[in-house]
Design a protein around this ligand. Structure first.
Ligand SMILES: [Zn+2]
Length: 429
C-alpha cells in the first residue's frame, strides 16, 4: 500500500507542516508540505492533524482465550487502533491462563489473523497464576512472550517472587509486578479515606500497594534484577520508586490515565464503572502521580484496559468486577489532563505512551523518520469531543469517563503501512 499523508504537523517539530510518504510498511520520506499531489497513492489530507508515533500499550487485557464475551483479540485491537495504538502487550489472566507456550502461540496466531495492531503477549509468572510454582520462562519466551506477570493477582510469597526475578534475569526476561498485599486490601473495594467513609464502602489502604512495591524493589535491588511495576497509584509508591531509581535499582513503572485524570470522589454515586484495582485514589495521590510523571519517576502510561460485560458491572458496587475499558480514551485523557493542563509537553506524552513502553519490553521504539516502520497516529488536538462509551469499538463499555469533555481524538491510525482506523472526519478529508 502507498499512502501520502499531506500537511500534518509532527509531534516534536512545532507548527510546520509535512507530507509523510509511506510505501509498504515503511516511512519512505518525510518532507515539508508544499501542496504536492501524489498520484498512485492513497492521499490523506491531514489539515493540521498531528502525527504521533504509533502508541504502545504495555498493559491491557484482551480477554482471549476464555472470556470472549468481555473482549476478544479482534475487538480489543480494533479498539486499540481507534485509540491510536499500533502495539499492545496483553496480560496473562486469560482462561486458560497464558502459562504455556501453546496459549502464547495461540494469541500470536489469532492476532496475526484478526488483529488491527501488533499484539505482544505477557506470560504468567506462576503456573495457573497460583503463586506457587514458576512457569517455564524459557519455553514461554521462545514462543513469543515479551514479559512475565501474574497481573490481577499478586505473587504473595516473597520467596517465589525472588526466584522469579532470578529466573527472569537468567533468561533476560522482565517481571511485571501487580503490587498488592491482599491481606491488607482485605476485600476492600475503594480507596481507604474520606470518600469511602462517606459512601460507606470498605476501604483499601494505600499501604496494600506500597508494602509490595517496597518488597519487590528490595528484592530486585538485592539481585540486581530488572523489575517493572504495574499501575502505580499512590504517593507512597511513587516515592519508593523515586528513591530506588536514585539508588540505581533497575526498576521501571507505569501508571494509568485513571490515576491522574480522576480521583476517588467518582465512587460517591456508587458507579461501578469507577471500580478498579488498584482503586481510584485521593487528590494527594493524584498529584503525586502527576509529579512522578513530570520528574521521570513514572516511565510509561498504560491503559490497563480491562473490558467487562455489562452484567459484570451492573451489580452492587462491591460485587462489581474491577476494571476500566481504557484503550479508546487513554490518549485523550492523558493529553487533556497532562498536556493541556500544562504539566508536560506533547513530546513527553509521546515518550510515555510510545517509545518508553517499547524500550521497557526490549522492543524497537517507533519513530517518525525516514526508513522507519510506518506506525503512525494522526490526532486532532484542537477540537474537543465528549466521550461516549456507547460508541466504543471495544466490547467493554465500562468507563467512569463517559460524558467527559476531552481533547485529542484519533483521526487515523496506520499500522505498518496499513490504515487500521480512520474516523469519518478523516475519511472526508
Ligand atoms: Zn494489575
Amino acid at each position: 500500500m502507498r499512502i501520502a499523508i499531506k500537511g500534518c504537523k509532527i509531534f516534536d517539530r512545532g507548527d510546520s507542516k509535512f507530507d509523510i510518504i509511506i510505501e509498504e510498511d515503511r516511512i519512505k520520506q518525510i518532507l515539508p508540505s508544499v501542496g504536492a499531489n501524489y498520484s498512485g497513492f492513497t492521499e490523506i489530507e491531514a489539515g493540521g492533524l498531528v502525527a504521533l508515533p504509533g502508541l504502545f500499550d504495555i498493559h491491557c487485557h484482551l480477554r482471549e482465550p476464555g472470556y470472549e464475551y468481555k473482549e476478544g483479540i479482534e475487538s480489543g485491537t480494533k479498539a486499540a487502533a481507534r485509540g491510536g495504538f499500533t502495539s499492545v502487550a496483553c496480560m496473562s489472566n486469560t482462561m486458560p491462563p497464558a502459562d504455556t507456550a501453546s496459549v502464547i502461540r495461540y494469541i500470536i496466531e489469532r492476532a496475526g489473523q484478526y488483529g488491527y495492531c501488533k499484539v505482544y503477549p505477557i506470560a504468567c509468572i506462576t503456573k495457573g497464576q497460583k503463586g506457587e510454582e514458576l512457569a517455564e520462562f524459557g519455553d514461554l519466551k521462545e514462543a513469543g512472550a515479551v514479559a512475565f506477570s501474574d497481573d490481577g493477582l499478586p505473587v504473595e510469597n516473597p520467596l517465589i517472587m525472588r526466584n522469579a526475578l532470578l529466573y527472569a534475569k537468567s533468561h533476560g526476561a522482565l517481571i511485571i509486578s501487580h503490587c498488592e498485599d491482599k491481606r491488607l486490601s482485605d476485600d476492600g473495594c475503594a480507596n481507604e479515606g474520606y470518600n469511602a467513609t462517606i459512601a460507606g464502602i470498605k476501604g483499601i489502604p494505600a499501604a496494600a500497594e506500597e508494602v509490595m512495591v517496597a518488597r519487590d524493589v528490595i528484592l530486585a535491588a538485592s539481585l540486581n534484577a530488572r523489575l517493572h511495576i504495574a499501575h502505580v497509584s499512590t504517593k507512597g509508591s511513587v516515592e519508593i520508586i523515586r528513591q530506588a531509581k536514585k539508588n540505581g535499582v533497575k526498576v521501571t513503572c507505569e501508571t494509568c490515565p485513571h490515576y491522574f485524570a480522576a480521583d476517588d470522589s467518582l465512587i460517591l454515586d456508587y458507579n461501578a464503572n469507577a471500580k478498579v484495582n488498584p482503586p481510584l485514589r485521593g487528590r494527594e495521590d493524584v498529584e503525586a502521580v502527576i509529579e512522578g510523571i513530570k520528574d521521570g519517576t513514572i516511565d510509561a502510561i498504560a491503559t490497563d484496559h480491562a473490558p467487562h460485560h455489562v452484567d459484570d458491572k451492573n451489580v452492587e458496587f462491591c460485587n462489581a468486577a474491577n476494571g476500566i475499558s481504557g484503550l479508546e480514551t487513554a490518549l485523550s485523557l492523558s493529553y487533556t489532563h497532562l498536556v493541556k493542563a500544562g504539566h508536560i509537553a506533547l513530546s513527553r506524552l509521546a515518550q510515555l505512551m510510545s517509545a518508553a513502553p517499547a524500550r521497557i519490553l526490549g522492543l524497537e521504539p517507533r519513530e517518525l523518520s525516514d526508513g522507519r516502520r510506518a506506525d503512525i497516529a494522526l490526532v486532532d488536538f484542537e477540537s474537543s469531543f465528549v466521550i461516549d462509551s456507547s460508541q466504543f469499538l471495544s466490547k467493554g463499555k465500562n468507563t467512569p469517563f463517559n460524558g467527559q469533555k476531552v481533547y485529542g481524538a484519533v483521526a487515523c491510525t496506520i499500522n505498518e503501512g496499513r490504515i487500521v482506523y480512520q474516523d469519518i472526519m478523516c475519511q472526508g478529508r
